[in-house]
Design a binder for this molecule. Sequence first.
Ligand code: PHE
Length: 343
Amino acid sequence: MSDIFTKVREASSALEAEQLLTPQALETFRIRYLGAKGLIKSLMEEMRDVPNERKREFGQVVNALKQQAETQFQAAKAALETQAEQSATEQLDLTAPGEPLPLGSRHPISITMNRVVDIFKRIGFAVADGPEIEHDWYNFTAMNTPEDHPARDMQDTFYVVDAPGMLLRTHTSNVQARVMTTRKPPIRIIAPGRVYRNETISARSHAQFHQVEGLYIDEGVSFADMKQTLLYFAREMFGAPKIRLRPSFFPFTEPSAEMDVWLGTDTEENCRLTKGTGWLEILGCGMVDPQVLENCGIDSRQYSGFAFGMGIERQALRLFNIPDIRLLFENDVRMLQQFISSL
Ligand code: PHE
């Protein structure tokens, strides 16, 4: 007898525990509690076993249970319906025209570096890489730049205060040392990257800029090979008819030269970029100093080679007719958006 009352109480807490989060759960609930063969109906049928004096009380608790089940059912049903409505309005209309995604464009410096790399790749140079935060051995010592050389002056170089011997590389020539100490000739690499110098920012120079380094080491590599390679580059890059090599000095090459590319003086822009001479200076180069080969563990009696390092910014100014180097670093999208390139 008391069993039947206990059953009702248990059913009431079972109801509370029901989670009606899906239409399927809701339907199962309805069948289990409110259906024609459901729990409430069967409890009603047990009424006949209840003694007369408790029939009334039993009727009340079963009714309350029915009420509880119905309220719960209705509430869950309403909640599921609003949810369905909301997701219907949020649903994607696949027939609607798409929202245009704004397309980015490459930075003129990246475009320029990619073009340079592309040109050298065509004649068998592979891309190599080196760190921007570099040990002074790779940046200076290996490259035949002794400790007291003026290029190491605090004025010219950013040193890492917390890491003795570490600096921001002043040129991509560190990649020469990185490659020569880890590979055997023949070596034919091109190394694009960012470099740093402690310079005052102006229309012509910046404390951070970009270079592409080149290195070619093999048996019997000559100055003539270098000249022809660089001429090929100047023609491909600028359509330049000729180049000029002026004697120069770098600690890591001997002999050394600066290379100018003939742009001519026929346009105002050419005059501005070449300061009226028609010659645009774009790179330093030379035959790798035998001492550098030895520093990096390459036998200088067997091998020779040439190296060059070119500035990228000036070439970008020329390629895209940009009047001021600072525009390259301001990253104003209105300016950057103008350059679309497949490279
Ligand atoms: N590293 C030199 C510079 O930054 C350029 C260079 C590279 C010159 C390789 C000769 C050979 O000015």
